[in-house]
Design a protein around this ligand. Structure first.
Ligand code: KIV
Length: 259
């Protein structure tokens, strides 16, 4: 459990797996800390699992800023990573710096941004100006309109070579963590072995230095929307709707509240 990025580097060197889950509010953040995870991500998956949008594109910087503030209040030891949402950073390094600074002021320790090669200049700029960066490559959901869906990436030898090249360039640019989403396991293993910075995977197999999952997917809170690569550790939707139904029934039957 550490917000100190040098602990993440050490964990990679020692082969200790790092664990991260998304969190969007104070309660979820407290649960992640109580459960002994290493990090929480205020992801723009917020748009899909909290706001009910079809993808992450509508999420606004001020929304991530707000959720970062309330998540950060719920943890004292965990690394707080916040997403730069679509439209808040792509125009150039100065725009990205202004957005990232807002997220750090709200309590983030590191920002995450989607994109490979075209983001190298921005990662360099942020890294040289006191903003730790996690670069997110592979399936980058903010590009969903361009790639035509939530599709696995890095499947051809050419695409795999480009992804490895991007990973190395992002590390050289100063990225402190690399997140890889929905790529073949062997490619994620190769990238992890070639980089000195820690890698985090989601749908990228077991070889990455850490794993991240969406809170609602881990707890089975949005069963109809979870990607196939996630794992449900409880039937949250069923358990919670049953509890809510029990409450409503007891009120209707006069069993709650007691005199
Ligand atoms: O927004 C998010 O939750 C993410 C994870 C899926 C990695 O980017």
């Amino acid at each position: 459990m550490s917000k100190n990025l040098s602990v993440w580097d050490k964990a990679k060197r020692e082969g200790r797996k790092m664990t991260m889950v998304t969190a969007y509010d104070f309660g979820a953040a407290r649960m992640a800390e109580a459960a002994g995870l290493d990090a929480v991500l205020i992801g723009d998956s917020l748009g899909m699992v909290v706001q009910g949008e079809a993808d992450t594109l509508p999420v606004r910087l001020e929304e991530i800023e707000y959720h970062t503030r309330i998540v950060a209040r719920g943890v004292s030891k965990l690394l707080v990573m916040a997403d730069l949402p679509f439209g808040s950073f792509e125009a150039g390094p100065a725009q990205a710096f202004a957005a990232a600074a807002r997220l750090l002021k709200a309590g983030a320790h590191i920002v995450k941004l989607e994109g490979g090669g075209p983001m190298v200049e921005t990662v360099t700029f942020l890294s040289q100006r006191a903003i730790p960066v996690c670069a997110h490559i592979g399936l980058t959901p903010q590009h969903v309109r361009q790639i035509g869906g939530f599709k696995r990436q890095g499947k051809t030898p050419e695409a795999a070579a480009r992804l490895l090249e991007d990973a190395l360039a992002l590390q050289d640019a100063g990225a402190r963590i690399l997140l890889m989403e929905a790529i073949p396991s062997d490619l994620a293993a190769e990238v992890t072995a070639r980089l000195s910075i820690p890698t985090i995977g989601i749908g990228a197999g077991p070889a990455t230095d850490g794993q991240v999952l969406v809170f609602h997917d881990v707890l089975g809170l949005s069963p109809d929307r979870a990607p196939s690569f996630s794992k449900k550790y409880m039937e949250g939707f069923t358990l919670m709707t049953t509890a809510l139904g029990d409450y409503a029934r007891e009120v209707r039957e006069g069993a709650f509240p007691s005199p």
